[in-house]
Ligand binder design. Structure first.
Ligand code: NDP
Length: 333
């Protein structure tokens, strides 16, 4: 082990507006020593997730990230030393390692993973992003062949997989993303039938043109104005899978939901359901088998956006919130 210190990135202040580099501090601590029942991990890749920003608001499906602590974040890590049954040096795990080189965690906090190449796929298509897309679309959205599926943040990590899985299931797929380049990529590379650039404004009209027969399934990653534009265009007995609300995470002026929701839901008999991917972990093997088969056959393309260097993690998250990523963004530590 050549490092003698543990480089760490702390969240020093909880942002009230937009996240910026001043909210973080680069520091170094000592390499932790694992206690009984713990392992020492060397972090290899850190996942950057829109939800990282939401954790700064307060408790969500996990506890809030507090100021002056190592910034939380999921990562792929290698076991360096073990004082826990079932783990040996060289094992690869997923855990909330935080933004640092080394972490000592209890065995209960680890998910053992197979060694695969490229290892990055363990964070993208075979990780939380892939499983979120798979379960959210298939278990909550329940798309049927020939139905119209719309997904927002469509060029992101979860969204790019949602659209492709919907195509595999025989649906007509429309992606909503920011910018012409992303929209062109969705249709020319990922096989989406149409794409709507929400930064052009006029989302309602553009969606109407792209989905003249209405929308059967909406996979909502963003909430806010885009959800408001989609809702009136839902077909009878449509399903909305509420996955996240990125538009509300990073200092949105005042959180507001779509207007006119209750009436629409009643008249159109819509089902609008939130979910957390962890709810489906007992079915993980089935999902991974499908995802692996689709990737192997070339039906599912995996887009990864890997940035090298722990020191770039804050800027990489800020950039993700501004739409700089395409596919799954992560840091190679
Ligand atoms: P992405 O890789 O999708 O990146 C976020 C994207 O959001 C950006 O690239 C940007 O693309 C888009 N975006 C940013 N601001 C806005 C805005 N105001 N309106 C519309 N789009 C915006 O991130 P993740 O894959 O990490 O997250 C996708 C969603 O999935 C999030 O809502 C997240 O919370 C959710 N999630 C939910 C899980 C669950 O269990 N329910 C598990 C994992 C993720 P653009 O250029 O198009 O604006």
């Amino acid at each position: 082990m050549s490092e003698v210190t543990n480089r760490q990135i702390l969240l020093v202040e909880k942002p009230s507006g937009k996240l910026s580099p001043k909210h973080f501090k680069f520091t170094s601590g000592t390499i932790p020593v694992p206690r009984d029942g713990e392992v020492l991990l060397r972090v290899r890749y850190i996942s950057l997730d829109a939800a990282n920003r939401a954790w700064m608001h307060g408790a969500t499906y996990r506890s809030a990230v507090e100021a002056n602590t190592v910034m939380a974040g999921g990562g792929i890590a290698e076991v360096i030393a073990s004082k826990a049954d079932g783990f040996v040096p060289g094992d690869i795990v997923f855990a909330d390692t935080g933004w640092q080189d080394f972490a000592a965690l209890s065995a209960k906090q680890l998910t053992k993973l197979p060694r695969i190449e490229p290892m990055t796929h363990l964070l993208s298509v075979f990780g939380i992003a892939g499983l979120t897309a798979y379960f959210g679309l298939l278990e909550i959205g329940k798309p049927k062949a020939d139905e119209t599926v719309v997904v927002s943040a469509a060029a992101g990590s979860v969204g790019s997989l949602v659209g492709q899985i919907a195509k595999i299931k025989g649906c007509r797929v429309i992606g909503i993303a920011g910018g012409k380049d992303k929209c062109r990529w969705l249709t020319s590379e990922l096989g989406f039938d149409a794409a709507v650039d929400y930064k052009d404004g006029a989302v309602f009209k553009a969606l109407r043109a792209a989905a003249p027969a209405g929308i059967d399934v909406y996979f909502d990653n963003v909430g806010g104005d885009i959800l408001e534009a989609v809702l009136p265009q839902m077909n009878l007995r449509g399903r909305i899978a509420c996955c996240g609300a990125i538009s509300q995470y990073d200092g949105a002026p005042a959180a507001h939901g779509p207007r006119g929701v209750p009436g629409l839901i009643v008249v159109k008999r819509l089902i609008m359901q939130g979910f957390i991917v962890m709810d489906f972990m007992d079915q993980r093997d089935r999902a991974l088998a499908d995802l692996q088969a689709w990737v192997a056959s070339g039906k599912l393309k995996v887009q990864e956006d890997v940035i090298e260097g722990l020191e770039h993690t804050p800027q990489a998250l800020i950039g993700l919130l501004h739409g700089q990523n395409r596919g799954k963004r992560m840091i190679k530590v």
